[in-house]
Ligand binder design. Sequence first.
Ligand SMILES: [Zn+2]
Length: 187
Amino acid sequence: MVNSDSFTLILKDKMGFSPMGETSIFVLMNEGDIVEFYNPVLGYDFNLPSGTYIIFGADMHCLPNPVDFPLNAVPDNELRIEGDATVFFGDVEGTAYIDRKLMEIHIDSSTWDGIGLAERDYILRHEIAHLSFNTETYCDLLAENEMLEMGYNPSQIVTASDYLLRCKAGNIERAEMSNNRMKKHAR
Ligand SMILES: [Zn+2]
């Protein structure tokens, strides 16, 4: 897969980038072989989480510092148990759920196998957030905050929440809310 148009990027910490000139979609592949597509937007700095990446067709300028996007305000009126949960993969209806009594997160393996890194992190962070909150929207807020801190660009987060939420009628409103939250980070 690796050709002369690609290069390897090893990031010990999240790193900031800025798209330059005429940008085209570039493909990130991390060391776990998860393929990510990213459509850079001019005037919209972004980060990558730490890791090793093979990058194809990139047209970007490295920023001296990571981009620290402001985090969502998260309500504190619903705080629940804290602890470590174990993740299980299998046949799960509706992508994922958490059993807080057993501290088990169950994720649908066929969904998991077909999605990228950002979508996987959104699912995982959302389910872990259910250790703190019942309210779905609050869990979305927490998932987004963690992803921003890890180094994801708001537009990567929107792409993930859109993909995961918009396909289910009951979740379209959550997708819209996520979209509006991340939109305010555009510069
Ligand atoms: Zn949930």
